[in-house]
Design a protein around this ligand. Structure first.
Ligand code: ADP
Ligand code: MG
Length: 380
């Protein structure tokens, strides 16, 4: 069974570099938490402290009900897959995988053999079990590292970009297998990945690190719909930022002037007591799939461009602009639209697959944005 894990005000400094700043985190027993964040944001430093290979500059790490902050790694009962594999070079694949069982005296003889065989099957390396690490590709070494971390059914598993070197197909099947094992043994997992989609599909919750801080943790839906900062909104999924000025507030509805248009917002990421005041410079955040293009109102928008917001009032809340390009990526199509009256703002709008005629390049269009699909941030 998995164990609960807590970080209490953990910090890590390497000389002048703060790798991890005051970070607290509670992970439930059996929970799968992913950590994402740009390179250098402190993800590896955090994991190596939990595993015990680095000591925090300050703070405490608690596993189950034991404070393990100063405990040696092999006394922690934690399985770890390192970003750089860290296989034993003088041991074969099989010996590497068997090592934790031996070291922790968890199984011997046939029992140990059976567990190692099962792991070799899992990572599809049975045929290569007598090879040494230097005789393997990066992806194969990574699979050995995964098998070695899982072989002793640890209650807590830490993985630092464990599938980074694998091609897409193998990565997807390993994601599935890791998830299966985790659910079978009920392990608590902290999983670092640079692949957002991997994080969103595998995890109960996702934590986003930014410059040594854990900026937000939540379910994928929470991060996507209620990001606390513009950084999170931008990092998790794709988003447009539209600069504007607050010109009216009524209860939770905020009307914002953007270029020549007025846009009504009911931001999902701010409590109504914390809305910015009238006259504030803000940025509206809206996901491309929430920008709906209406080409039929082309003539209306042309007159908006000419006569300002009088016409647009009659058309409801939205933005007018000119189609710059249509980008094709596989089955999905995105229009880039330059806003009227705000020439440096280009919005991305996802075009639904069933949409008949595509808007033409140069077409003047009306962009409808539902007030409930908007986020609001301070101006940068
Ligand atoms: P990530 O895994 O998110 O890419 P790291 O935890 O590896 O980030 O690094 C966080 C910061 O700490 C970086 O600025 C990195 O250069 C620095 N750092 C990491 N390990 C060391 C170390 N052993 N000595 C000095 N600086 C380090
Ligand atoms: Mg790292």
């Amino acid at each position: 069974m998995g164990q609960q894990l807590a970080l209490r005000h953990v910090q890590k400094r390497y000389g002048p570099v703060w790798a991890v700043r005051d970070t607290s985190l509670e992970v439930q027993a059996g929970e799968f938490v992913s950590i994402v964040g740009p390179s250098g944001s402190g993800k590896t430093s955090l994991l190596t402290m939990i595993a015990g290979f680095e000591t925090p500059t300050a703070g405490a790490i608690v596993v189950g009900d034991q404070d393990v902050t100063l405990l040696a790694p092999h006394h922690r009962n934690i399985g770890m897959v390192f970003q750089k594999y860290a296989l034993f070079p003088h041991m074969t694949v099989r010996q590497n995988i068997a090592f934790p069982l031996k070291m922790r005296r968890l199984a011997k003889g046939q029992d140990a053999d059976r567990r190692v065989d099962a792991m070799l099957d899992l990572v599809q390396l049975g045929a290569l079990q007598s090879r040494y690490p230097h005789e393997l590709s990066g992806g194969q070494q990574q699979r050995v590292a995964v098998a070695r971390a899982l072989v002793f059914d640890p209650p807590v598993i830490l993985m630092d970009e464990p599938l980074g070197a694998l091609d897409k197909k193998l990565r997807e099947s390993m994601q599935f297998e890791i998830k299966q094992i985790q659910e079978r043994i009920g392990a608590t997992v902290i999983y670092v990945t640079h692949d957002q989609e991997e994080a969103l599909t595998m995890s109960d919750r996702v934590a986003v690190m930014h410059a040594g801080r854990l900026e937000q943790i939540g379910t994928s839906v929470e991060l996507y719909t209620r990001p606390e900062t513009a950084f999170i909104a931008d990092f998790v999924g794709s988003i447009n930022f539209i600069p504007g000025i607050v010109c009216r507030i009524e209860k939770s509805a905020v009307t914002i002037r953007c270029g020549l248009s007025l846009l009504e917002t009911r931001p999902t990421n701010i409590r109504s007591g914390e809305l910015p005041g009238e006259g504030s410079s803000v940025r509206i955040g809206v996901r491309p799939e929430h920008v709906e293009i209406d080409t039929r109102s082309a003539s209306g928008t042309r007159s908006i461009a000419q006569h300002g917001h009088t016409v647009e009032r009659a058309m409801g809340s939205g933005l007018s602009g000119t189609v710059e390009t249509i980008v094709f990526a596989g089955a999905s199509r995105t229009a880039l639209v330059r806003l009227h009256g705000a020439p440096d703002v280009v919005l991305r709008a996802s075009l639904p697959a069933q949409l008949g005629a595509l808007p033409e390049r140069g077409a003047e269009v009306w962009l409808r944005i539902s007030a409930d699909a908007t986020l609001l941030f301070n101006a940068s």
